[in-house]
Write a protein that binds this ligand. Structure first.
Ligand SMILES: NC(=O)c1ccc[n+]([C@@H]2O[C@H](COP(=O)([O-])OP(=O)(O)OC[C@H]3O[C@@H](n4cnc5c(N)ncnc54)[C@H](O)[C@@H]3O)[C@@H](O)[C@H]2O)c1
Length: 387
């Protein structure tokens, strides 16, 4: 099999998972890492066993050995890095959200289309075997008509006023914090599983912690404050909690909450679809189980087991029943769909495998988040999502 060269810009929390996932495919070479300085890039490259380290993304983009560029930088760099990679004719795997605004995301969709490059966004929950099983069953009609899609994405890593991240600074994270960061995942997942499109939203959004202690030194993503760390007090303008009512294109209703200040919830993504016959629920923190709710029979739990999954989606599970698969395996499934597409020489207009979300999907998530912010700004009114 022809080998594919990959380069990654930004290797903080999630970057190393990109590296790990593509290495597991067996035919991808991690050629280089670009960081914000030569020293940080070199340190990361050494730690991950990557030979080349670049002090800028521009230098990485000039490397002829790299065909696919991964963008795992903070949100404000998504647009410039993605746009520059497209201009160099590289395929791009961007972390979410695709851009800071829907307008920027739309520009990237158009630029990618014009350049004819393969483009992907890491909505990685699509890669979970039982997410694909759920999607398959709903598309086949096993639930009947979906009538209600609900759930949440809750975390607790911003619960204390000493918790801090660039995600809370609008110039680095965007006009939205929790919604852009994890609400975008929920919206993509809910639409992907149900097969429906969110058309209208009504939102109530809150900043529960209005002032936070920003560390004056540097700190790893998601890390708690150190004992002797020094701080400065900053006003927080973006939401850390949100509840949203949604309407879907088939007339189904929905609701979800997003929060990063909810104690005990670590990475608690839940999506439930209630259909006219049966309900189905998937929970990320119990991702090897799929719950089915029945009216006239006992409820059921399907354990992740390739032999119990449908043939069309069985390939997303790689271990027998009882052998748990998890976040990093789902992330690898995503890369398997993306790189399989590239390796097969497919064109961007060809049908994509299901775990492979495109820039178009990233744009749609950006557009939903903007509609949610508009709804809240206008006093929590129903607001159309204008894709
Ligand atoms: N798909 C997921 O589930 C998931 C999970 C976590 C993060 N993310 C996304 O990934 C992105 C990165 O998040 P993170 O948690 O890894 O953040 P992070 O702060 O831990 O890492 C960002 C990295 O980018 C580097 N960087 C900053 N400026 C740079 C520049 N000019 N050139 C090159 N590198 C630069 C930083 O040094 C750091 O190493 C965010 O957009 C986030 O939304 C996605």
């Amino acid at each position: 099999m022809k080998r594919i060269g990959m380069g990654i810009v930004g290797a903080g929390f999630v970057g190393p998972h990109h590296v790990d996932a593509v290495r597991r495919l067996g035919y991808v070479d991690v050629v280089a890492i670009a960081g914000s300085s030569e020293a940080t890039a070199r340190k990361k490259a050494d730690a991950l066993g990557v030979s080349k380290a670049y002090a800028s993304y521009e230098a990485l983009l000039d490397d002829p050995d790299i065909q696919v560029v991964h963008n795992a930088t903070p949100n404000y760099l998504h647009f410039p890095v993605n746009a520059a990679a497209i201009a160099k004719g590289k395929h791009v795997v961007s972390d979410k959200p695709l851009a800071m605004t829907a307008a920027e995301a739309k520009t990237l969709v158009e630029q990618a289309k014009k350049a004819g490059i393969i483009n992907a966004v890491t909505f990685n929950y699509r890669g979970n075997p039982l997410v694909q099983q759920a999607r398959h069953l709903i598309a086949r009609g096993d639930l009947g008509t979906p009538t209600f899609v609900h759930g949440h994405y809750l975390q607790d890593w911003l619960l204390k006023d000493t918790d801090y991240s660039w995600r809370l600074e609008p110039d680095k994270g965007g006009a939205s914090s929790a919604l852009g960061d994890i609400g975008s995942h929920w919206c993509d997942l809910a639409q992907h599983v149900s097969g429906l499109t969110i058309t209208e939203v009504l939102a109530d959004i809150t900043t529960t912690i209005k002032q936070r202690k920003r560390p004056t030194g540097s700190r790893e993503a998601f890390a708690a404050a150190g004992k002797d760390e020094s701080f400065e007090l900053v006003d927080i303008k973006v939401e850390d909690l949100a509840s949203v009512l949604v309407r879907f294109d088939n007339g189904a209703k929905g609701a979800f909450s997003v929060g990063q200040v909810c104690a005990g919830h670590k990475n608690d993504v839940v999506v439930e679809v209630c259909g006219s016959k049966t309900s189905l629920k998937w929970r990320q923190e119990h991702q090897n189980e799929l719950w089915f709710g029945h009216r006239d029979a006992p409820n059921q739990i399907l354990q992740k087991d390739p032999s119990l999954m449908d043939a069309e989606v069985r390939g997303y599970a790689h271990l027998p029943g009882g052998h748990q698969e998890a976040w990093a395996d789902a992330f690898c499934n995503l890369m398997r769909d993306i790189y399989g597409f590239i390796a097969a020489g497919k064109k961007p207009t060809d049908a994509h495998p299901p775990a492979f979300a495109t820039f178009e999907d990233g744009y749609r998530a950006n557009t939903i988040v903007e509609a949610i912010l508009t709804s809240a700004k206008n006093g929590s009114v129903w607001t159309p999502v204008r894709y």
